[in-house]
Design a protein around this ligand. Sequence first.
Ligand SMILES: Cc1cc2nc3c(=O)[nH]c(=O)nc-3n(C[C@H](O)[C@H](O)[C@H](O)COP(=O)(O)O)c2cc1C
Length: 169
Amino acid sequence: MKKQIGNTLALYPLPILVIGTMADGKPTWTLCAHSGIMGHDHVMISLLNTHYINGFIRQNHRFSINLVNASMLPQCDHVGSVSGSNQDKSDIFAYQLDAYGMPLINDSKLAMSCEVEDVYVIHNFDHFIATVNATYTDPSILNENGKIDYEKLKPVLFEFPTYSYMESA
Ligand SMILES: Cc1cc2nc3c(=O)[nH]c(=O)nc-3n(C[C@H](O)[C@H](O)[C@H](O)COP(=O)(O)O)c2cc1C
């Protein structure tokens, strides 16, 4: 017999993401664990509406999603604990702009450039629902058929109940 542990939200682990967008000509970055896939062609990120980045995502209608590998964790911790409202985070990651003007982290081996289609607001959280305009990978994480090999990518995962990072095997 299973033990009931209340109504714990238990849909983890999830990949940890660095969300980027441009803020007055400079990038700003925010760490996000709560994301999802909607249908077969939309993604969703869930961001507290007091975060610095939200207003710029609403303004640009665009953001980038950068998957995280273990070597990026110190910078990720920083962008996940300091707000752009208090400190400029534009120089935390080396980056390049893509054709849509979104900042892509050089050290991330998988990034997506996204376009906002809708914002669903619930309990102080903005849920940005977006399509993917372009996906960028480091060639080293592709298999012989040109598909993403997640065993090679080894994205860092996160689980909320004990607030821990987990490295994929
Ligand atoms: C591991 C981790 C996961 C996080 N996931 C989320 C998340 O899913 N949604 C969210 O709103 N904030 C999340 N945060 C908090 C924001 O990244 C953090 O408050 C950040 O400083 C906000 O930056 P900004 O104000 O510059 O946008 C997370 C933080 C950490 C450390």
